[in-house]
Design a protein around this ligand. Structure first.
Ligand SMILES: C[S@@+](CC[C@H](N)C(=O)[O-])C[C@H]1O[C@@H](n2cnc3c(N)ncnc32)[C@H](O)[C@@H]1O
Length: 276
């Protein structure tokens, strides 16, 4: 089943997103003519545990300079820029939400990474790429909007080169029932498709990929969430996801925290290999 266009309309908010991010950077004292990918990093990581989660997943995947990486559900391109600037990869980010792809391109141009990062507006269930065209496929906090996980992981496996690697960092279903809505990935239950970790693992293994690493990071996400609340109260500056989602974010993040602490969601990091 294709995701509803409402997934994209949940993410696309009123107002000019690049301008909001640039004005937050100006307020933080950054010179807009000399921006680096690192300057934008506090605002462009749209997943729990922010930048740290991106660095951890990269450490597990060992991306090498010049490798072709596909980031599925890339948002505004923060992880793609990190992989390009810190690891020298050639990254294609793919996202359903047009305004995020446009923002991702504008931000990459600002930090002179437009040649190493390319952004494609498309559906992860219908990848517009030839088979065996990427060394690594990467996804963070996007699969929860996608009902047809079997097809998603078949597409991942198809576009990976033999010997390639797939890394995910995702929100999955918890033991205590559905999350409270709205959450940052969905205003309502019909666009949220959380699956239990065992079923996700089974869907990935069914494609022929082999498991290399699987770790439940729910406890770490809870600890990070506590720290994030304290530092948010102290600094008063907006986090990246708050800037991206606008005023509704306050209710979404409160529901996300409640769902996390009530064990209605699970956070998992995993890596799978494609046979060489
Ligand atoms: C919470 S954001 C995460 C963005 C990015 N991965 C990050 O961590 O910074 C989820 C993203 O998944 C995208 N998405 C959801 N369903 C998708 C689909 N079927 N195909 C492509 N992108 C999708 C949304 O548009 C959104 O940008």
């Amino acid at each position: 089943m294709s995701p509803s266009p409402s997934v994209a309309s949940h993410y696309a908010r009123e107002g000019e997103l690049t301008a909001r991010i640039l004005s937050a950077l100006t307020a933080a004292g950054k010179d807009l003519d000399r921006l680096t990918a690192g300057d934008i990093a506090p605002y462009d990581q749209f997943h729990s545990r922010g930048h740290q989660a991106t660095e951890e997943l990269a450490a597990l995947l060992s991306p090498q300079a010049g490798q072709r990486v596909l980031d599925l559900g890339c948002g505004i391109g923060g992880p793609a820029r990190w992989l390009a600037s810190e690891r020298g990869c050639q990254v294609v980010g793919l996202d359903l939400t047009e305004v995020y792809c446009r923002t991702a391109r504008e931000l990459s141009t600002r930090v002179r990474l437009e040649k190493q990062t390319r952004f494609v507006c498309a559906n992860a269930l219908h990848l517009p790429f030839a088979s065996a065209s990427f060394d690594l496929v990467w996804t963070q906090h996007a699969a929860m909007n996608i009902a047809d996980k079997a097809r998603l992981y078949r597409e991942v496996s198809r576009v990976l080169k033999p010997g390639g690697r797939f890394g995910l960092y995702d929100v999955m279903a918890g033991e205590a029932g559905a999350p409270h809505f709205p959450v940052p990935w969905s205003s309502a239950p019909e666009w949220s498709h959380l699956m239990h970790p065992a079923a996700v693992r089974e869907a990935i293994l069914a494609t022929g990929l082999k498991e290399r690493h699987w770790r439940d990071l729910t406890a770490e996400a809870k600890a990070w969430s506590e720290k994030a609340v304290a530092s948010q109260q102290a600094s008063r500056s907006l986090s990246g996801p708050a800037l991206i989602l606008g005023p509704g974010f306050i209710e979404m993040i409160a529901n996300l925290r409640r769902s996390l602490f009530e064990d209605r969601i699970t956070i998992v990091q995993a890596v799978f290999d494609k046979a060489g």
